[in-house]
Design a binder for this molecule. Sequence first.
Ligand code: GLV
Length: 374
Amino acid sequence: QPINSTEKACMLRPLEAPFRYLFGPGPSNVPPRILAAGGRPIIGHMHSEMFGIMNDIKKGIQYAFQTSNNMTLAMSGSGHTAMECAVFNIVEPGESVLVAINGIWGERVAEIAERMGAKVHTLFKTPGGHFTNAEIEQALAKHKPVLFFLAHGESSSGLVHPVDGVGDICHKYNCLLLVDSVASLGAAPLLMDQQNIDILYTGSQKALNAPPGTAPISFSERACHKMFNRKTKPVSYLLDMTHLSNYWGNDGKPERKILTCLLKGLENSWSHHTEVAEYLWKGLEDLGLKLFIKDKDLRLPSVTTIAIPEGYDWKELLAYIMKHHQIEFTGGLGPSVGMVLRIGLMGYNCNKANAAMALAALEDALKQCRKSKA
Ligand code: GLV
């Protein structure tokens, strides 16, 4: 029986993608200029123009990461692709890995490392917690890992983790430092070279305001030395850096426009995200809400977490706001589910008018969704 008419009809139906205010932890709205770039003609992946575009992307990532690493490129795929690329290329089966878990991203890295046969050790805090350098050093001394993972922007809890000094401690124990900045890059200060980060990756769909599907990543010399002197081949062919680095002429995936939102400068982007976040935080407190991360210095400016207010069903609040305001906020993620509501204002979305709109929508939902006390 040939598969036919109804399947064909759905291919003929025009694509529908309604406008939504994407004020969650990502994806964020994409500015018209970047959307338009997606409509340009296709060129071949080996055309000279493509290599020119890739070189520009590499320079843009070097700027955004604040690194002079030659081994800098953009992977095709989500942040998870870069996460797997880092772990698969650096770690060999049987080697020890230390993962800081204080939310979802450490959990994911631990699982990825475990699946590829690494010996995984973890440092653990409940969502909202962070690790001192002394705690990190103690665990490095004990487990002697080849790689230590830390999420700079823990989007599940809204925490921005301190990174100063962590790279030096790792190097003292002959360990490489891997940092996830998917939710924080461009919104909170991070200086790859100065902070001695060996492998750093991010995503395109957060403060960089590009469509999802591209993940910038960079490797230090130290990381390259480990990854190109391994005894076994990485478990993934697609993510093998020996091929990828060759294609990028480092020894890319095109998206020249990805970094144009940082054109006004990284410092301006960081301070702008902080200014808007502070405006939002004050508005939330004025509504009587409690911010989940108490210490202001540890709050991620791009993703704000709010303790779920008593007397409300968080799913109902989110559904109400989507239905009546066309705005996406989200609940928690992984271990923070049921603990928090999350509002993300990133890059193009990050301005006081949007923060005011988010506050008004939340105020309305708080009025309409209160559960009558039984
Ligand atoms: C996704 O990245 C999230 O934080 O929900």
